[in-house]
Ligand binder design. Sequence first.
Ligand SMILES: *[C@@H]1O[C@H](CO)[C@@H](O)[C@H](O)[C@H]1NC(C)=O
Length: 170
Amino acid sequence: MLFTASILLSLFTSFASASVLPKRQSPPIWESPFSGAINTPTANQVIPFGAEFAFDYAISDWCEPGYAPFNVYLTVGADAPVFDNVTASGTLVEGAYAFDFGEFVVARFGLPQQGVPPPPSLVMPTVDELITTVIPDSKFYLAVVEAFEGCPGHLAVEYSLTSVPLSVAA
Ligand SMILES: *[C@@H]1O[C@H](CO)[C@@H](O)[C@H](O)[C@H]1NC(C)=O
């Protein structure tokens, strides 16, 4: 009797927690409670199309990862990209970005570099290089999706999304 009750209770609690997390299923895409920070460029910085600009993203090390991989994008639209636009592989979904600057990896604890280390600067694409249409008065955002592996809670991988608005001019 007690046994049945505890099974029912645990069934109930797993239903209860399943209804809270995650928002999207198959596969679930987990949002990290912490995000890194885009130090440069700064909000509303003016960057001409085709110009080189300083880039500095401070990873979040809350999971103490050996490697911190992140993807950098330029997005265009009325609003900043949202976590709903992050895919199960830690990219922005096609259509949600105008340019892909690539994936960079920070190696920590003196581990050998894997992938491409973050460069100190990036080059803004030209209008012709954008893969989405830029209508007049479009807003631009530099967006970073960071991946976190081996975080507490036994989730395989979590992602964070952060962005800064930019003033991209002709
Ligand atoms: C990004 O997410 C928003 C909010 O869910 C959605 O309205 C929009 O269509 C998404 N963009 C793409 C390209 O999927």
